[in-house]
Design a protein around this ligand. Structure first.
Ligand code: TNX
Length: 494
């Protein structure tokens, strides 16, 4: 008899619990607030407890305290400290019902911890949790093509805000291409006077003055993001060639270009003036750039003969390296065996490498450098989504889903290229079809969240685990006013 009563009690309790759970779920899904327990990119370890800490009225203490958005004070319940023994850029975050503690060995780590705290906070309530976290890769990049269409300083700052939340720490600016030259160079003023007046389909173009560029560099730095400037040579140079006849082998400047073909332009390789030009440009770009890298392009030089390409890369990289930065080049640059030691290759072939791509990429490692992975079929944010052709291109193995952008491992693409040889991962967005920063956000989000996780989190993440966190992240994007594609792959929370 007692047993039966006990059984009935158990059943009753279970039934009551089920009702409560169902109510909570219904409640949760009808209320338009994020469930605050999840973070993208996925931390190395996260254990959630019950309850929240109320940040309204809380004060923050320690380095970077002002970046929490809370009032800063000598004593606070939100404590940031340079402490612990995390790998560079890592942090620990402890939220209890009494307060918040973030520890890291460097400011970049504290900044990363603050980004996690933001994602754990809804309506000033931070989820009780314990996180230990550090990045898989040192270099976690996004690239913005400001050449095909120009994006003004405010737009670039908005993209910096967008990517900082996801713990990206480099922004590569593709500053020059056939359709436009976007950075003021004092010693070659026609580069912008003539070369910046165009963009794809017309509409005026534009360029950054040196003050503009510095404003971007400083804004990025305040978000623990380093700018990587790219001057793409010897191809992708119609804008420069249209400004300076002397850079053309026939001495005649071509007209401006506002289409989207690639591979038809080349600097004049045997001409000494070409190298004086490059030396001046690199000097001025380096003067404006505090970060360790300058990118020299080298991709799709289809209008340059093989012999000319090799002669150019050897001479151009040698002179550029003289200015004291580490060079980066698209993987074709690895065709050269005369790269300055430590030059970094950026791989843009597919997750199954096309002819020659693996060999050219490994060449950087043989020459003492490392590699950034940007496989076009998963990491190019300008590839169309499957269900909308509103923006984007489709050349890299067709449309790219969010799941495809998530489910790849940078260390599994090229034999002989594991984590030890990889500097990191970069998500480029090319702007042939993108006119405004809203357009850029639509193509970038939510796929860039997948790329952030590939770049930061330990290998082995699953779509089943990522998808609900992405749904939560969507609500955060809603709150921030970030434009994103509501792909049917994700059960977005209404
Ligand atoms: C390839 S891959 C390019 C760009 C285009 C892009 C469009 C590489 C280094 N270059 O010139 O804008 O495809 O998706």
């Amino acid at each position: 008899m007692k047993r039966i009563v006990a059984l009935i009690v158990v059943i009753a309790v279970l039934a009551a619990a089920t009702v409560v759970t169902v109510l909570l779920i219904q409640n949760g899904s009808t209320m338009n607030t994020p469930s605050a327990a999840s973070v993208i990119p996925r931390p190395v370890s996260q254990v959630n407890g019950d309850g929240t800490f109320d940040l309204s009225g809380a004060k923050a203490t320690g380095p970077l305290a002002e970046l929490t958005g809370l009032p800063v004070s000598d004593e606070g319940s939100v404590v940031l400290a340079i402490a612990g023994d995390h790998p560079a850029g890592g942090y620990s975050l402890e939220v209890t019902s009494d307060g918040v503690q973030i520890e890291a060995v460097d400011e970049a780590g504290l900044f990363a911890g603050i980004q996690s705290l933001k994602q754990l906070t809804v309506d000033n309530a931070a989820q009780v949790t314990t996180i230990d976290d550090y990045p898989r890769y040192e270099y976690r990049g996004a690239m913005l093509d400001v050449a095909r269409h120009f994006f003004d300083v405010a737009s670039v700052k908005r993209y910096i805000d967008d990517i900082a939340l996801l713990k990206f720490n480099y922004l590569h600016l593709h500053l020059t291409d056939d359709q436009g030259w976007r950075l003021q160079i004092d010693s070659w003023p026609a580069l912008t006077e003539i070369g910046a007046s165009t963009q794809v389909n017309g509409g005026g173009g534009g360029f950054y003055t040196k003050a503009d560029y510095t404003e971007i560099v400083e804004y990025a730095a305040a978000n623990y993001i380093t700018i990587v400037p790219e001057i793409d040579v010897p191809g992708h140079t119609n804008a420069a060639l249209s400004a300076y006849p002397e850079l053309n082998c026939d001495g005649v400047a071509p007209g401006p270009y506002e289409g989207i073909e690639v591979g038809f332009s080349s600097l004049c390789i045997p001409n000494d003036r070409t190298y004086e030009f490059l030396d001046d440009v690199v000097r001025e770009v380096v003067e404006l750039t505090p970060g360790p890298y300058i990118h020299l392009g080298g991709d799709e030089s289809l209008a340059t003969t093989d012999a000319d390409f090799l002669a150019f890369i050897a001479r151009a990289t040698a002179l550029a390296a003289e200015h004291g930065k580490t060079l980066i080049g698209w993987h074709e640059m690895g065709r050269s065996e005369e790269l300055p030691p430590g030059t970094i290759g950026q791989y843009w072939s597919f997750t199954t490498p096309q002819e020659g791509a693996a060999e050219h990429t490994l060449s950087f490692v043989k020459q003492g450098g490392s590699v950034i992975m940007s496989p076009a079929d998963v990491a190019y944010l300008d590839m169309q989504y499957p269900d909308t052709s509103e923006f984007g291109l489709v050349w890299a193995n067709g449309p790219t889903t969010v799941q495809e952008a998530y489910e790849w491992d940078p260390a599994q693409i090229i034999d002989g290229l594991g984590d030890a040889q990889l500097l990191g991962v970069e998500a480029p967005i090319w702007s042939e079809t993108l006119v405004t920063i809203d357009d850029v956000e639509f193509m970038a989000f939510p796929r860039i969240a997948a790329l952030a996780e590939v770049a930061w989190s330990p290998a082995g993440g699953t779509w089943a685990d990522f998808e609900p966190r992405l749904a939560t992240f969507g609500q955060r994007l809603d709150g921030l006013g970030v434009n994103y594609y509501r792909t049917p792959e994700v059960s977005w929370i209404e």
